[in-house]
Design a protein around this ligand. Structure first.
Ligand code: PEP
Ligand code: MN
Length: 351
């Protein structure tokens, strides 16, 4: 994909910011946020018009009527306006209203049939297209969706990392799995990759940290949800920030001009850092379970250490280690340390 172009060559600020509410809710809300966002010097405005919601009956967007508000925001404030599309019909409506760019949401990128239909409808159209990562952390599925859109002739193309659905306990709404966008960058080095800390975090207080992490990793920009009154938002209320908070965030973010991911050593290091944070998350999850076991044993008047169980655990870990090119001694040391901590935590419960 060496012939890719910037999504908006007129807006090639570094980093690139796209901001705006999760959903377009009213003309006033759109014009007020568009005003504030353009006053900050951000030139790409987002708002969802058709909203993919998990449960029926939630606010599913205003629909095409809201496209007129986006057109007005674009004309008044000289913004580029972008919205989410999930079907060829959405694309057609969005194009009629002079939209500058579209993104394909995580649920749609997950479905190759849906992505292909949009790709077919994009043939011959010159528009910026951004693909959010699929809901599952499958880099092939993401690359496949990007290729479908590329093959339709779109060259103003970018990817947006918005995290991945997970059943594990993490502080995030969608687990970042940074190694997935890093692998995407390794495979498609010319592709612009942005990060969406709002959907990764799912909570306002996580956005600053996730944004800085993304910039440190070498993402070229951020898509951030911003609403005039976030607590009253009709969708994603917990993760949106006010224009004033966005301005403050942008002022504190550091843009280091040595993005990681551009040379192999930094990429390896970043991959290691990602794995290390996963190890810590997993250990914390394991300790949560150990504490629950501690409660159970306490309630049933059982001893904390069951020697047979511990021996079994160590033997199984050593056997697995050997099969995976790890030294059994090394694994046995790690598991003794983990077990010791787990026993210590269970004993606390018995105090
Ligand atoms: C959004 O950007 O508001 C949205 C619904 O995104 P995602 O597809 O990442 O959930
Ligand atoms: Mn949203």
């Amino acid at each position: 994909m060496t012939d890719l172009k910037p999504i908006f060559s007129e807006c090639n600020s570094e980093p690139l910011y796209i901001a705006g509410p999760c959903s377009a809710e009213s003309r006033e809300q759109i014009l007020s946020s568009a005003h504030d966002i353009s006053a900050m010097g951000i030139s790409i405005f987002r708002a969802g018009v058709w909203k993919p919601r998990t449960k029926p009956g939630s606010f599913e967007g205003i629909g095409k009527e809201a496209l007129e508000w986006l057109r007005e925001a674009k004309e008044r404030y000289g913004l580029k306006v972008v919205t989410e599309i999930a079907t060829p019909e959405h694309l057609e409506e969005a194009l009629k209203s002079g939209i500058d760019g579209v993104w394909i949401g995580a649920r749609t990128t997950t479905n190759p049939f849906a992505t292909q239909q949009i790709a077919d409808a994009l043939r011959g159209v010159d528009i910026a297209v951004m693909l959010k990562n699929p809901v599952i952390p499958d880099v092939d599925l993401w690359v496949g969706a990007i290729e479908r859109i590329y093959n339709s002739g779109i060259r103003r193309l970018a990817a947006i990392h918005r995290g991945f659905g997970t059943q594990q306990t993490t502080p995030y709404r969608n687990a970042p799995h940074w190694s997935v966008p890093i692998e995407l960058h390794r495979r498609l080095p010319e592709l612009t990759i942005l990060s969406d800390p709002s959907h990764i975090g799912g909570r306002r207080d996580l956005i600053a940290q996730l944004s800085q992490q993304a910039l440190d990793i070498g993402f070229e920009g951020l898509m951030i949800e911003c609403h005039p009154t976030p607590e009253c938002a009709l969708s994603d209320a917990a993760q949106q920030i006010t224009p004033a908070e966005l301005a403050e965030l942008i002022a504190t973010l550091q843009w280091r001009r040595t993005p990681v991911g551009r040379d192999a050593l930094s990429e390896y290091r970043l991959h290691i850092d990602t794995i290390d944070s996963r190890i810590i998350e997993l250990l914390s999850e394991r300790m949560d379970i150990a504490r629950a076991i501690g409660d159970y044993k306490h309630a049933h008047n059982m001893a904390v250490v069951q020697q047979d169980r511990y021996n079994e655990l160590l033997l199984a870990a050593e056997a697995r280690a050997e099969a995976m090119r790890l030294s059994p001694k090394f694994i046995s040391q790690i598991f003794s340390a983990i077990h010791e901590e787990s026993v210590r935590q269970q004993l606390e419960k018995h105090k």
